[in-house]
Ligand binder design. Structure first.
Ligand code: PHE
Length: 466
């Protein structure tokens, strides 16, 4: 039976929802390009070390905090130690900042899926314009961008107000597997294209740096991998605390903490295979961020001829599925915090209403993102490398500051503030085995917080071009 807060109906449902949260834009537009531009294999190795040394540990820590307290981040952290309440508040802020730009991007994807769907039936889907021209015209049409963003929020609102088992779990059980099916179908098609090999070379070998015009720099690779890893695994902002709070005591947290990062990393590699072979086969130049997903990929599908409409439609459907399963987890962080907050005050919260107001608040941030048109008003920002848009600023505050800070603090809480056996006591409840216990207890104290502090400091420096 589901209790009043809600609970996952099965371990499988929880895993699929968590994988759905992890796999998103981060995997699609972030990882493959960063890997190519930072040396290929060496970057992959550094990324995997970051995933194991920090991702797995913080994932385990967050799930354990969530399940132990049965509460969303603010209440969960303040229950463990009053001083750490602020980290929960930062988490909720982070969910607003990320959803603020994330939903706009999902909105773009809905527009593009719609465009290719129309073209399947022989109707112009992009006003006859090429990738860059259409993207420019579309992003400066603030009203259309806004409308598609609202569509994204309505979909998320319906899912999240359905609750944990009836909303998020049900949706993830369909969309997460579907996402893999589409991903693999696109990869199979791409690898048959002549010239696809170059795409593999971009991602996996040093030639990626030549093409991207970058040089391998160890520290740069470490901080890029660190930030990317936190964003991609939805860590440091309480998302996994929230999902963990709906876990039953029979779940083995130590298994999930290894499994979810492993599948997310696999998905990031598969995303690269779904993108770069096609990009090179169609004679396009690789790119990062929204430019990759919307300009480069649009041109790539157009160059494929009629069949490109099908591949393009499927690709944007994939982006939508990946995006929505992540967005609902972001919205759930804030929704759960308000639901729990109201319950703690003795009120009887209405989840549907709360989700509505959370989405409305986030939509205000999204509206600013729409108005900024990817950098119209933000040229004064000090970013060295990225495109100096309001979107990049939000992304930086989340991925570059709040998420690493949250991860460091949660490790300090579990490794140094709470009792020595706190982690293993919770994980071994119900007779569960704590796999790799020595690894977790050592890393949470001595390794993860140190590495994450390094990532935090160097990402902040990178903001100022250092
Ligand atoms: N992990 C998601 C992605 O890779 C983004 C996300 C971040 C989702 C934080 C939830 C929480 O796109």
């Amino acid at each position: 039976m589901e209790n009043k807060r809600g609970q996952w109906t099965s371990s499988f449902g929880f895993i699929l929802a968590s994988i759905g949260s992890a796999i998103g834009m981060g995997n699609l537009w972030g990882f493959p390009y960063k890997m190519g531009a930072n040396g290929g294999f060496p970057f992959l190795i550094i990324y995997m070390i970051m995933v194991i040394a920090c991702g797995v540990v913080v994932m385990g820590v967050e799930m354990t905090i969530g399940r132990h307290t049965g509460k969303s981040p603010i209440l969960a952290l303040s229950q463990l130690s009053k001083k750490f309440k602020i980290i929960g508040i930062f988490g909720v802020m982070c969910s607003f900042l990320i959803t603020g730009f994330y939903s706009v991007l999902i909105g773009y994807s809905i527009r593009y899926a719609f465009g290719f769907a129309k073209q399947i039936f022989g109707v112009q889907g992009f006003e006859g314009l090429g990738g860059a021209d259409f993207f420019g015209a579309y992003t400066s049409d603030v009203l259309s961008v806004f409308i598609f963003t609202v569509i994204c929020y309505v979909v998320c609102w319906i899912i999240v107000s359905g609750g944990i088992s009836n909303g998020i779990e049900k949706f993830s059980k369909v969309c997460t597997p579907a996402l893999f099916v589409i991903l693999i179908a696109i990869i199979i098609y791409n690898l048959t294209l002549p010239g696809a090999k170059q795409g593999l070379a971009f991602m996996f070998s040093a030639s990626g740096m030549e093409i991207a015009g970058t040089k391998f720099n160890f520290f740069n690779a470490v901080r890029t991998a660190g930030g990317q890893m936190l964003f991609s695994l939805s860590l440091g902002m309480g998302c996994m605390i929230t999902y963990g709070s709906y876990l039953g005591k029979e779940e083995n947290i130590s298994t999930s903490a290894w499994l979810i990062p492993a599948i997310d990393t696999l998905a990031a590699l598969l995303a690269g295979l779904a993108i770069f072979p096609a990009v090179f086969a169609m004679g396009q130049a690789p790119n990062a961020g929204p430019g990759l997903l919307f300009i480069t990929m649009h041109n790539t599908f157009t160059s494929m001829g009629y069949v490109g409409n099908f591949v393009g439609f499927l690709f944007y459907l994939l982006v939508i599925f990946a995006g929505v399963t992540s967005a609902i987890s972001l919205i759930e962080v804030s929704t759960a915090s308000m639901v729990d907050g109201a319950t703690a005050k003795g009120k009887n919260p209405n989840r549907r209403k709360i989700t509505f107001f959370v989405c409305l608040g986030m939509l205000i941030i999204s509206t600013l993102v729409c108005f900024d048109q990817l950098g119209k008003y933000t040229g004064w920002l000090p970013f060295a490398e990225s495109s100096r848009s309001f979107l990049d600023l939000l992304d930086f505050i989340a991925e570059g500051v709040l998420m690493p800070l949250g991860s460091v603090m949660m490790c300090i809480l579990v490794g140094w503030v709470l009792k020595k056996d706190w982690l293993s006591n919770e994980i071994t409840l119900n007779g569960n085995k704590f796999y790799t216990k020595n690894f977790f207890t050592f890393f949470v104290k001595y390794v993860t917080p140190v590495l994450m502090t390094f990532v935090l400091i160097s990402l902040v420096l990178s903001f100022f071009g250092l």
